[in-house]
Ligand binder design. Sequence first.
Ligand code: ZN
Length: 644
Amino acid sequence: MEKRDRTDDHNFFIVEEFGDIRILRYEVPAFEQLPLREKLFVYYLSRAALAGRDILWDQNNRWNLRIRKVLERILQQYPGERTGREFEAFLLYAKQVFFANGIHHHYSMDKFSPGFSPAYLKSLLEAVGAGGEYPDLEQVLFDPACMPKRVVLGGVADLLTASANNYYVGVTQPEAEAFYRQKLQEQGDRPLSVGLNSTLIVHGGQLTEEVWYANGKYGKEISKIVAHLEEARGYAWDHTQKEVIDLLVAYYKSGDLALFDAYSIAWLKEGQAPVDFINGFIEVYGDPLAYKGSWESIVEITDKEACRRTEILAENALWFEQQAPVEERFKKREITGVTARVMQAAMLGGDCHPATPIGINLPNSEWIREVYGSKSVTLDNITYAYHRASLGNGVLEEFAFSEEELELHRRYGYEGGNIHTDLHECLGHGSGKMLPGVTPDCLKSYYSTLEETRADLFALYYIADEKLLELGVVSAPEVGKCEYNSYIRNGLMTQLTRIKPGDDLEESHMRNRQLIASWVYEQGRETGVIERVVRAGKTFFVVRDHPALRMLFGRLLGEVQRIKSEGDYKAARQLIEGYGVKVDRELHAEVLERYANLGIPPYAGFLNPDYTLIEKNGRPMDVRISYPDNFLRQMLAYGEDTGQ
Ligand code: ZN
C-alpha cells in the first residue's frame, strides 16, 4: 500500500554512526492529523516517558548516574582542545554510554573499555573542577575485572553476585531464590508479579525489599512521572482511558502490585483511544532471575489505515480458518481474529530508548494473559524507518540473486513484511485447535518454536492468496512473491549474521525461520522449486516456482498443525532438531564474511522527536513536532531535563 504523507528520503532516517551503533530517526506523520486535545495528551505523556530515565540508569548499575553526570559536565564545560585521538576516544565512550543507558553494552552486556588513558580522564576531570571524582572512577572505568558484565545468565556459581546490575544489594542467588519462592507460595492462582518493583537488599542481617514508589526508592522520579500523568489525564480519550491512568497513578503512589495487575487489565481492555501508552516497570530481561522490571515507556498513536487492514483480516478470520490446508478435525468452528493494533511511536523512553522494540505484546503476567488475553501493538513507523535505512546499505544487493529480485523488494518489501506480520499475529496464532486433553506442555521446550512455525506458515500460505487482493489488503500479486524471496533469503542466509561462528540457533523465531526455509528447500529440490546457485564463489537461494513453493508451505502447515493438535512431541523434536537448530558451518562463515565486508553497524537505535508546547496567555494553543539531528545534543538535553 502506498504510504502517504511519509518521507521516503533515505537521508532523513540515518543520523550518524559510531562504534557498532547506528542512530536513526523515526517520523510521526499521525501526530499532525491529531486534534489539539490529543496532541496535548501526547505532549504530557511524552513528558512522563522521559521523566523516569534516571531510574533505568540506576537500575542498570549503581555507578551509572554518577558517571553520566561527569560525562555531561566534561562535554558541556571542558575548555581545552576538542580534537585529537584521545578526545575522539572520549567522545566515542560518552556516546556508547549514553546509547546503552550505562557503562555496559545494551546487547552484549559487556562493560565498555575506554580508548583514552586514565591520565587523560584525570586531566579532563580537573579541567572542569571535578578532579575529586577521579580516584573512585579509575577502577570502575579502566579495570576490566571490575563489574565486567551487567547481566550474567550462566557459567558462574552465583548469577547475582556476577551481574553488575543494581537490583540486588549484597544478596546471593540462593538467598534471593529462597526469598521469592517463599513469597510465591503465599500467592493463590492469580499471583502478583512478586519482586517486580523493588530492590532486594540485606538490612540488619534480614532480606528486605526497597519498593519503588512515590514515597520510596526512586520517589523523586516517580513523583515527576505521576505529575505528568495527571496533567495528561485531563486530555484522555474517554472514561476508560482515564481509569487506566488513575490505576497507574494509584500504583505509582502506593507500590501495590495488585494495583499494577488492575492497571494491566484495564490497559489491555482499552482498544479504542487514538493514543495509547506504556509507562512502568515492565520487562525483566535485566535481572538474571527475571523478577525485576526495568523502567520503560512508549507513547503511540493509531495508524488508522494500517489498523483497517488488521480489522479486515479479523472480520474474515473464519474464512481463512475454513480454507486452511489443515485436517478438518484440527480446525476451529468459531474464530475471533485478534486485532493487533498498528501504531506509530511518538515517544520512546527508559529501556525503550535509544534501542527500541518494533512491537510489544503485554501484559507479561501469565494468569492475566490466560484470563483476559493480551494486547499486541506493532510500531509501524519504527519498522518503516528500519526499512528505509536498510535500502542502499548493500545487504540486499549482496544477498539477492538478480536485479528483478532487488526491484521487487524495493517496491513491495516493506508491504510484504507488514502483511506477513499482520497475518501471523491476527490469524496465525489464533487458528487451529488442540484435541481434547492435549496441552502446550505436551510439546515441552519445543512448544514456542513450533507455535511460531505454525503462525509463520499460516502467513506464508495466505500472503499469496487471491483473497487478500479481493479484500484490498494487498496492493499487487507481487507482494506475495516478494515475501517468499525475502523469507527464503533470510531463513537460509541473512539471519545467520546474528549468531557467532560455531553457535547453534537458539532463539525460537530464528529456529522457526530456518526450519521452514530448509524444509521447503529440501522438499522442493528435485522439482527445482528453490535452486541453490553459486556465482563467483557466492551462494544464492533462488525461488524458481512460487506457486509450487506455496503448496509446500501449505503441506508443512498441515503437518505442523497436526503435531500441535495431537501434542506429538517426537515429531516436534524431529522437525525442529532436524531443520531448525544446526547451522551449515561453511555457509555461515561465507555469510558472515560477506556481511562483514559491507561494514554495517549491527545495532541501531533512535533519536526521539521534540514536542514544543505553544501557549498564549497561559492557554495551550498548539503542540509542534520537530526532528532533531544530533544524538549527543539530545542526550545532553535529556540530562538537563531529568537531572534537576
Ligand atoms: Zn508469533
